[in-house]
Ligand binder design. Structure first.
Ligand code: NAD
Length: 504
C-alpha cells in the first residue's frame, strides 16, 4: 500500500464530503482489520446526545409525515444519484472498516442504490385495499400512514446495506431515521451521512433531523431501544443482542424488526451439478471470510457424492487466496478482530473433541501481527453436535454425510438459526420437498445457489433465533407504516354489523 491507511481513510471521507477535522484526540479508536491499526479517532454520543437526536427526529416526523409520499421518494431518488457518484469511496470505507474486497464493498453500495430505486417506485404504491362491507351504503378501506421515528441498529459486517434497506423504505413511508452503526464501523456511517446530506441539500426543504447517526456502542443502542419516541426499532446483529433488544422494545409496546444470527446450511443431493455446487459452497462459506449472516456454516452431502465433492472442496480451501483486499485480489480478507479468531479456535477445538477432522483454520501472516487473517476451515463431522449447532462468526464449514433426505432436512432444521438455506439438486421432487411446508424452515430457501448473496427485491430475514423480522423488498414496507381500517357510511341509515340492533 503506497498511501498510509489513515491518510487514505481521511481522503476517502473527504471525497464523500466529510470535514477533515473528524479526528478527535482521545476519541474512540477505529481499527481497520486490514492491518489491525487505528485509522481514526472519533467522538462518541452519550445518553443525553442520543435523546436529543431522537427528539429532533420526533419533531421532524411532524412535518415529514405530511409531505406527499412521491415527493419523499424524490429525496430518495436524489440520494441514489449521490450514491452512484460516491460508490467507489463508500465501497472503500467498507473495505477499510469491515475488511471486504473492493468488489464486495462496491456491491454493498450497489445494494443501497437498488433499494433506493425500489423505494422511489414504492413511494407511489403505498396503497391499501378496498374491502367488501356487509352493510349497505357503506365503504370499507385500509389506509397506510407514516409510523414515526425509526431507530436502526446495525452490525459491523454489513456496515451500509442494512441501514439503507431500512432507511430508504422508512423515508418514503414518512418516517425519520436515527442510525446507530456498529462501534466497529462508524466511519462508513459518517461517510454515508455526508452523502445523504448532499441529497438533502439538493432536495431543499426537508425538516432538520430527518436522518441522523449516533456513534457509540450498546449503551447508545439502548437509548434507541428504550425510547418511547422511537416507534420502530430495526436491529441487525447477533442473537445475543436480539435477546436483549427484542423484549425491551416489546415491554414498551414498540415495534421491532430483528435481523439476527443464522446457522445456514446446504444439502447436496445425488443429482446435483457438483461443479456448480462447489463454486456456490466456496463463495457461500469462505466469501467475506465467513462473516456474513448468510454464510454457509453447515453442509449435508449425500453418501453417493461425498467422496467426489468433499476432496474437491478441501482442495479449494487449501488453495484459496488470502490477503489484504486493498493490496491484492485475494478472495479471503481478514477477520474483524482477535476475539473472532479466539471464538474460531474454541469452536474448532470443540469440534475436534466431538470427533471432527479439521482442515485449515490456521492463522496466515499478512502484514503486521495486529491483523488477523486465517485460512478458512472445513471440518468433517461424524454428526451434528457441539459447535455445529451454533453460529461462530468466522469461516468454518461443518460437513456431514447423509443418506436419507427427510433425515437431512430434519437435521437441517434442528438448529436455532432460521435465516438461509440451499439445496443442490436437479431432481424436481427433492427440490419441491425442500421448498415445501416439510422442507427448510428458513426465511430464505434457495435451489442451486448458495445461502448468501440475496437481492433486494425479496423480503430479507429469517425465523426462530434469527428474530422473525423482514426488511428490504416485497411488502416489507408495511412494517414502517401504521394501518387504519376506515368504514364510511354514505347512506341515510345506521345498520349495525352482525345484525345487532340498538333502537333508541
Ligand atoms: P453485535 O450483536 O455484537 O452488534 C450489532 C449491533 O448491536 C451493534 O451496533 C451493537 O453496538 C449493537 N448492540 C449490541 N448490544 C446491544 C444492546 N444491548 N442494546 C442495543 N444495541 C446493542 O453483532 P456484530 O458482531 O456487529 O455482527 C455480527 C452478528 O450480526 C452475527 O451474529 C450476524 O449473523 C448478525 N447479522 C445478522 C444479519 C441479518 O440480517 N440477519 C445481518 C448482518 C449481521
Amino acid at each position: 500500500m503506497t498511501q498510509p491507511l489513515s491518510e487514505m481513510t481521511r481522503d476517502t471521507l473527504a471525497a464523500c464530503g466529510v470535514s477533515r477535522d473528524l479526528e478527535v484526540a482521545g476519541g474512540q479508536a477505529v481499527i481497520s482489520p486490514l492491518t489491525g491499526e487505528a485509522v481514526a479517532h472519533v467522538a462518541t454520543d452519550d445518553a443525553a446526545s442520543a435523546a436529543s437526536a431522537i427528539d429532533r427526529a420526533a419533531a421532524a416526523f411532524r412535518d415529514w409525515r405530511l409531505v406527499p409520499a412521491p415527493k419523499r421518494g424524490e429525496l430518495v431518488r436524489l440520494f441514489a444519484e449521490e450514491l452512484r457518484a460516491s460508490k467507489e469511496e463508500l465501497g472503500r470505507l467498507v473495505s477499510i472498516e469491515a475488511g471486504k474486497s473492493p468488489s464486495e464493498g462496491a456491491g454493498e453500495v450497489q445494494e443501497m442504490i437498488d433499494i433506493c430505486d425500489f423505494a422511489v417506485g414504492l413511494s407511489r404504491q403505498l396503497y391499501g385495499l378496498t374491502i367488501a362491507t356487509e352493510r349497505p351504503g357503506h365503504r370499507m378501506m385500509e389506509t397506510w400512514h407514516p409510523l414515526g421515528v425509526v431507530g436502526i441498529i446495525t452490525a459491523f459486517n454489513f456496515p451500509l446495506a442494512p441501514w439503507c434497506w431500512n432507511a430508504a423504505l422508512a423515508l418514503v413511508c414518512g418516517d425519520p431515521v436515527v442510525w446507530k452503526p456498529s462501534e466497529k464501523t462508524p466511519l462508513t456511517a459518517i461517510g454515508c451521512q455526508a452523502v445523504f446530506d448532499r441529497a438533502l441539500a439538493r432536495f431543499g426543504d426537508a425538516p432538520e433531523g430527518l436522518s441522523q447517526i449516533l456513534i457509540g456502542g450498546p449503551e447508545v443502542g439502548e437509548v434507541i431501544t428504550d425510547s418511547p419516541k422511537v416507534a420502530l426499532v430495526s436491529a441487525t446483529g447477533s442473537t445475543r443482542m436480539g435477546r436483549i433488544v427484542g423484549p425491551r422494545v416489546a415491554a414498551r409496546f414498540g415495534r421491532s424488526i430483528l435481523e439476527l444470527g443464522g446457522n445456514n446450511a446446504g444439502i447436496v443431493c445425488p443429482s446435483a451439478d457438483l461443479d456448480m455446487a462447489l463454486r456456490a459452497i466456496a463463495f457461500g462459506a469462505m466469501g467475506t471470510a465467513g462473516q456474513r449472516c448468510t454464510t454457509m456454516r453447515r453442509l449435508f452431502v449425500h453418501d453417493s457424492v461425498y467422496d467426489e465433492l468433499v476432496p474437491a472442496l478441501k482442495r479449494a480451501y487449501a488453495s484459496v487466496s488470502i490477503g489484504n483486499p486493498l493490496e491484492t485480489d485475494a478472495l479471503v480478507g481478514p477477520l474483524i478482530d482477535a476475539a473472532a479468531f479466539d471464538a474460531m479456535g474454541v469452536a474448532l477445538r470443540t469440534a475436534q473433541e466431538a470427533g471432527g477432522t479439521v482442515h485449515g483454520g490456521e492463522r496466515v501472516e499478512v502484514g503486521p501481527e495486529t491483523a488477523i487473517y486465517v485460512r478458512p476451515a472445513l471440518v468433517e463431522m461424524p454428526a451434528q453436535t457441539g459447535p455445529v449447532m451454533e453460529e461462530t462468526f468466522a469461516p468454518i464449514l461443518y460437513v456431514m454425510r447423509y443418506s436419507d433426505l427427510d433425515a437431512a432436512i430434519e437435521d437441517h432444521n434442528a438448529v436455532g438459526g432460521g435465516l438461509s438455506s440451499s439445496i443442490f439438486t436437479t431432481d424436481l421432487r427433492e427440490m419441491e420437498v425442500f421448498l415445501s411446508a416439510r422442507g427448510s424452515d428458513c426465511g430464505i430457501a434457495n435451489v442451486n445457489i448458495g445461502t448468501s448473496g440475496a437481492e433486494i427485491g425479496g423480503a430479507f430475514g429469517g425465523e426462530k433465533e434469527t428474530g422473525g423480522g423482514r426488511e428490504s423488498g416485497s411488502d416489507a414496507w408495511r412494517a414502517y407504516m401504521r394501518r387504519a381500517t376506515n368504514t364510511i357510511n354514505y347512506s341515510r341509515d345506521l345498520p349495525l354489523a352482525q345484525g345487532v340492533t340498538f333502537d333508541i
